[in-house]
Design a protein. Structure first.
Length: 367
């Protein structure tokens, strides 16, 4: 055997060992969030217009603000589905929101699709979606390769967690409120937001995963609750023997989540358990965490038992990421906001996408 042949064999062997080496990709161990200088990575673009089927007029659908993005990897590309608001003169909560789509091959620089992909339209779903619109998406892939979005329908009266499905991220079919069939409609008019479907990472894509024969979803704003489903469309909130909700985590006085515990990106099954990043809001009364500004949103983490999604194993006492940049403490929500909704593993790194001050889209590299 020649020296060159031996060198080639050794090189192939070393590369093989490197390829087989387990990479620590556990979100249970995140201790640092690095915010690239490119932040904010998405800003509103008032030049984009869209024919609104509700008003039958051309509207500048992201004239005001863009924020609160879902994220998923498809074909080696990061896709964001994010909330876009149209009227900068309207107060917070009084605008019409639509879901936009953007893509990136590096996870930082995004190309924006020129029209929204999910928005209020005439028909049976207008009663839920209009005039407030479609807000705050989270997204997972199904085991069959389709996509499920959990978003908020806002008719400016009641927020309802709602489901839509797609094969390509561009064309979406609305399925209606997630809880409309549960318990004879008991929770149809219940204020509900922020659906985080439990998933596993398959080929770097968050894919819905059954536990004990059912799909599960964390959801909620003031508390984190659970719901189950057989089909990822029709969801049943977890209730006790009296038919009341059974929160799995609640607010804590004088901590980062003293006012709200709102679910973040899809919960992820890892070796240590089920990791849920959530958005904690600090209270403004005597429950406030004195180490944080009042009313500010930060990101916390809780780990549940992977065989029992009700059982809490650990929960952070300090925030994983907090508002530190100028655009995170200005805009619509000046108390300061980092509001996480998208988490992907892309090109060997965990990338967290979040809304900032209800006005921009930000990104952090988690380590």
């Amino acid at each position: 055997m020649s020296r060159l042949s031996l060198q080639i064999i050794i090189t192939i062997f070393v590369l093989g060992l490197t390829a087989c080496k387990k990479i620590d990709i556990s979100p249970a161990n995140f201790t640092e969030a690095i915010k690239p200088i490119e932040n904010p990575i998405l800003r509103a673009d008032s030049s984009l217009t869209f024919f609104c089927p509700m008003t039958e007029k051309q509207v500048k659908w992201q004239k005001a603000d863009v924020f609160n993005p879902a994220a998923i990897v498809r074909n080696d590309t990061v896709f964001l589905l994010y909330r876009c608001e149209d009227n900068p003169k309207a107060i917070l909560g009084g605008r019409t929101s639509r879901i936009g789509l953007a893509s990136s091959i590096d996870g930082i620089h995004f190309k924006v699709h020129p029209e929204p992909v999910l928005y209020p339209s005439p028909g049976e779903y207008a009663q839920w979606d209009y005039p407030g619109g479609c807000e705050d998406p989270r997204i997972v892939r199904t085991p069959q390769g389709e996509y499920v979005m959990a978003y908020t329908s806002w008719n400016q009266k009641t927020a309802r967690l709602t489901i839509a499905v797609s094969r390509d991220l561009l064309h979406w079919e609305k399925k209606g409120p997630a809880f409309q069939k549960a318990y004879n409609g008991k929770f149809l008019d219940h204020w509900s937001k922020s659906g985080s479907i439990i998933c596993e990472l398959i080929n770097n894509v968050q894919t819905a995963k059954k536990i004990n024969g059912k799909y599960w979803m964390y959801w909620g704003e003031e508390f984190v609750n659970l719901a189950w489903s057989d089909n990822l469309i029709d969801w049943y909130p977890s209730v006790d023997n009296n038919g009341e909700l059974t929160p799995v985590i609640k607010t804590r006085p004088r901590q980062l989540d003293s006012r709200l515990t709102e679910c973040g990106p899809p919960a992820l099954i890892i070796d240590e358990g089920i990791v849920l990043l959530y958005n904690g809001k600090n209270a403004e009364d005597d429950r406030t965490d004195p180490s944080l500004p009042k009313n500010t949103y930060t990101v916390g983490r809780v780990i549940f038992d992977k065989n029992d999604p009700f059982k809490v194993l650990s929960r952070t006492d300090t925030c994983l990421i907090r508002p530190t940049l100028a655009h995170e403490v200005s805009g619509q929500y000046k108390s300061g906001t980092v509001f996480s909704e998208g988490l992907v593993f892309f090109k060997g790194r965990w990338l967290l996408y979040y809304g900032t001050a209800d006005s921009y889209v930000g990104m952090a590299i988690l380590k």
